[in-house]
Design a protein around this ligand. Structure first.
Ligand code: ADP
Length: 490
């Protein structure tokens, strides 16, 4: 089997730019694909992402990519210049190739609400293709991720179709979250150099005066994938498809679900450099120390018998936080329990957790914001992880919590359904707790069920062990991507 030339293109890649799981996946998959020897894929991989202001300001040492400096990309109304800078992914030889273009990416956020947001990500797509041309590097597969890269397959089929360099290049579009589609007024097409390609854009959208980057990608990518088997099925239904279900059904033969891997180099309590006490399934004692340390950090009273519930999340509607309002206060009032929350997002959810914290200051700890290290502490120091998502394409946190001995309570949807197995005290099998109906009653009933199981500490330890021994590594998941790439190449 020859090594494949793979371009991974995305708006995020940890640790450089991260708002959620997408960034972890790019890092983990990129690292695994490029790793030589039996431990990795051994492929020729480059990860493309914008050189955001925060990366430039981080002090990261980057080098110019020889031959890829001061390249001009012509759009109808203007020409935009970029240069390519590179740095290896941490603990890897795989290069991250940063599209350095201060006029588009030299801004505070990764994402913006600026009028040229469409151009920022159209430019990313074009910069990838221009770079390949300039360096005469012919990718076997361009693996696009989410709406930000949705135009790339169309650009390849139109503006770049003349170039023999791409004659055998295939495109894969990975949908990490169908809730974000990149919707813009159709007038943007002219600005993006696709004015003459309107026939290739989704007709229904055009009639509504819109263009969707994600739909455009779904229409033109060679193949499609999403991040769990269940989600691949769900997004073809009206309940989960967010208006894309019909289109996806027309391509269902080309759509597969592959559960994300976990990079245990970063997320393993046995060696996690971000936590002070280490533990594993074979040596679990450090977990109790982490619990004490976590409660101390949140200035909450420590009692080993009181379970610590945890939330680490973007605070958005997707994650099911409206279920907390009816479910949680009853337990906080009644039970000797703790709740540690790390998150940021919608004001109303932040305010809600603040209210919980103000009402039960000895039981609830809250950190509003994004804090990588604290996320690791919470995974390691808690007893139960809460993830009642309305929808969840894959979800990484439940897999992290399994490895960190923190059984999750999840709704049976998307990747949560594929990765958490219901605990059965009779057989002592299972790794966590699941519920089906998206309702506060179902959520509360499951918390109650978890608390009853908590009282049987021997059973609980077994459930923790079961979870800690599950393997969601890239070593296991990565080959599924390689098989997919290879099937695309024939
Ligand atoms: P999503 O991608 O939908 O946000 P995932 O569970 O797939 O959800 O991935 C979330 C990732 O983002 C995890 O690595 C998690 O630890 C991290 N994360 C989310 N919110 C925060 C936060 N406030 N601080 C630190 N890390 C966070």
């Amino acid at each position: 089997m020859r090594a494949l030339r793979l371009a991974l293109v995305a708006s995020e890649c940890a640790p450089f730019a991260k708002t959620g799981g997408l960034a972890d996946v790019l890092l983990g998959l990129g690292r695994w694909l490029g790793k030589p020897g039996p431990e990795g894929g051994g492929h020729d991989v480059r990860v493309f992402l914008p050189f955001y202001k925060r990366i430039a300001a981080s002090g990261l040492a980057t080098q110019p990519v020889p031959g890829a400096q001061d390249l001009d990309v012509r759009f109808p109304q203007r020409t935009i210049r970029f240069s390519l800078r590179q740095a290896p992914l941490p603990h890897s030889r795989v290069p991250a190739w940063f599209v350095d273009c201060p006029e588009l990416y030299g801004r505070d956020g990764i994402y913006t609400e600026d009028g040229d947001e469409s151009l920022r990500f159209a430019m990313l797509c074009r910069a990838v293709l221009e770079t390949c041309q300039r360096l005469q590097w012919s990718p076997d597969v361009v693996h696009c991720n989410d709406w930000h890269t949705g135009l790339l397959p169309l650009y390849l089929r139109t503006l770049y179709a003349w170039d023999r360099l791409f004659a055998n290049t295939k495109t894969l579009l990975a949908i990490h979250n169908i809730g974000y589609q990149g919707l813009f007024a159709d007038s943007h097409l002219d600005m993006l150099g696709l004015g003459e390609q309107r026939a290739h854009v989704h007709h229904g959208d055009l009639q509504g005066g819109r263009v969707s980057f994600l739909k455009t990608g779904v229409l033109h990518a060679t193949r499609l994938c999403t991040v769990s088997r269940t989600y691949a099925r769900e997004i073809q239904t009206a309940e989960y498809g967010m208006g894309m279900e019909e289109l996806l059904r027309t391509r269902s033969q080309d759509l597969v679900g592959i559960v994300n891997g976990v990079d245990y180099g970063d997320w393993d309590p046995a060696q996690d450099p971000l936590i002070p006490h280490h533990f594993s399934a074979d040596a679990p004692h450090g977990k109790a120390k982490m619990k004490a340390a976590l409660l101390n950090r949140f200035q909450l009273p420590h009692d080993p018998r009181a379970p610590v519930f945890a939330v680490v999340s973007r605070l958005t509607a997707q994650k099911g936080f409206e279920l907390f309002a009816d479910a949680l206060p009853v337990f906080l009032q009644r039970e000797d329990m703790r709740l540690c929350v790390l998150g940021s997002g919608d004001q109303k959810h932040e305010d809600y957790f603040q209210w919980l914290r103000d009402t039960w200051p000895h039981k609830v700890g809250l950190y509003r914001g994004f804090q990588e290290e604290l996320a690791h502490w919470i995974e390691a120091g808690s007893d139960v992880f809460l993830m009642p998502s309305r929808f969840e394409p894959c979800g990484l946190n439940q897999m992290y919590s399994l490895r960190y001995g923190t059984p999750p309570i999840v709704r049976r949807t998307g990747g949560l359904a594929d990765t958490v197995e219901a605990w059965d005290p009779a057989t002592r099998r299972g790794t966590g707790f699941l519920f089906d109906e998206f309702s506060s009653q179902a959520f509360a009933g499951t918390i109650d069920w978890a608390l009853r199981n908590w009282r049987d500490q021997r059973g609980w330890q077994q459930m923790m062990q079961n979870g800690m021994r599950r393997d969601f590594s890239w070593h296991k998941q990565g080959p599924e991507y390689v098989a997919l790439y290879q099937s695309m190449l024939g």
